[in-house]
Design a protein around this ligand. Structure first.
Ligand SMILES: Cc1ncc(COP(=O)(O)O)c(C=O)c1O
Length: 361
């Protein structure tokens, strides 16, 4: 695919303090932009990162047709930047788009857009192990038209932001609480899509949980309020005895790409993995019997996030771990080892982008 490229003549990279990166606040020099209209994606363009302008009647602002992805580019060597599980991210944004009645992206557009952006902005990929360039592809209804029905024009962008290691000062186990008043998703709704509104709806319960000392809400199912679903931006895993258990994907849980990787790696270690319904009561029982060994979240941002405590109606499950457990630690090292090109990628998950420059004479 031919992408029109307009390079910036004023890179902002020298003004960035790479030792003090704040998540999602600094953006690299370029972005991809492509518009869908008259039933087709138009000429994609990479241009300097900057403001975009729309009228107040922008459809997405009123009706929330907006989906996104979250992925990372990892420094492997001076010549190679690794992207991770590109096919899976493409499949997920297209599933999200379909659910939200939006157009799908072609493999060519998604892959070429990412590759060209990385080739232009590879210097923005931090070299420090654990740091990365966070990539945010997103699509929204960009028709300037107020009508409560699918729009006929959409815009797709890819922007990126250098980010520090999530746990630069060591792992900090998170504290979760269930909510008795709010739910994240219900079967038949949009929970399994990475749709912007899912997040908007979760901010109030998250804020309330944080006010009373918890890191995040542990979402329970919307019908019986007893089966565990997931956490803010992570899927959740329990090591009970020698079995790794994670809630099944039943339409309400976001199908995490880290989740999928954790399951594959655990299976390759010979671990018994169960994707099934798991109730909060079962978790309390597993703790009582001493079988509950570890709890951790899995997602692109933190990779693996140890959970130190779960509160449910004032009763707590506390794991005697002020740090990451051995299983989660090994998983963290394996996933990141593959992502940064330090471990052999027998799965074919990494997508290396060659950014080696020609040697000038
Ligand atoms: C609601 C939710 N669950 C789980 C995840 C983990 O998904 P992934 O591993 O693809 O980052 C995310 C992050 O994207 C999320 O937003």
């Amino acid at each position: 695919m031919k992408i029109k490229i307009t390079q910036t003549d004023q890179s902002r990279i020298s003004s960035v303090d790479f030792d003090n990166l704040q998540f999602g606040r600094t953006f690299s020099d370029h972005m991809l932009e492509v518009v869908f209209k008259d039933g087709a994606w138009q000429q994609p363009e990479i241009k300097p990162y900057g403001p975009i302008s729309f009228e107040p009647s922008l459809h997405a602002l009123h009706y929330g047709q907006a989906v996104f992805e979250g992925m990372k580019a990892y420094y492997s060597s001076d010549d190679t930047i690794n992207l991770f599980r590109l096919d899976d991210h493409l499949e997920r944004i297209n599933n999200s788009a379909r659910r939200m009645s939006m157009p799908e992206l072609s493999k060519d557009l998604f892959f070429s857009g990412l590759e060209e952006l990385i080739k232009l902005d590879y210097k923005w990929v931090p070299k420090t192990h654990g740091h990365a360039l966070y990539i945010r592809p997103f699509m929204f209804a960009s028709e300037e038209y107020i009508a409560a029905k699918s729009a006929s024009e959409y815009s797709f962008y890819i922007i990126s932001s250098p980010v520090a290691a999530y746990y630069s000062e060591g792992f900090k186990p998170v504290k979760l609480t269930t909510s008795q008043n709010y739910v994240r998703a219900v079967k038949g709704g949009t929970g399994e899509a990475k749709a912007a509104g899912n997040y908007g709806g979760s901010f109030l319960p998250a804020k309330k949980a944080q006010k009373i000392g918890f890191t995040q809400v542990l979402w329970l199912d919307a019908i019986e309020h007893k089966y565990i679903e997931e956490v803010g931006t992570m899927n959740i895993f329990f090591l009970i005895g020698d079995t790794l258990i994670t809630p099944q994907l039943s339409g309400t849980v976001l199908p995490g790409i880290t989740r999928r990787s954790v399951i594959a790696i655990a299976k390759s270690w010979g671990v018994n993995v169960e994707e099934r319904r798991i109730s909060i009561d079962e978790l309390f029982e597993a703790q009582k019997s001493g079988d509950l060994k570890e709890i951790f979240g899995a997602g692109t941002a933190a990779v693996i996030s140890p959970v130190g405590m779960i509160d449910h109606k004032g009763e707590q499950i506390t794991l005697d771990q002020n740090e990451i457990g051995p299983f989660a630690q090994k998983m963290f090292e394996t996933v990141t080892g593959i992502q940064y090109g330090k471990l052999d990628d027998s799965y074919g998950w990494t997508h290396p982008v060659n950014v080696g420059n020609e040697v000038s004479v």
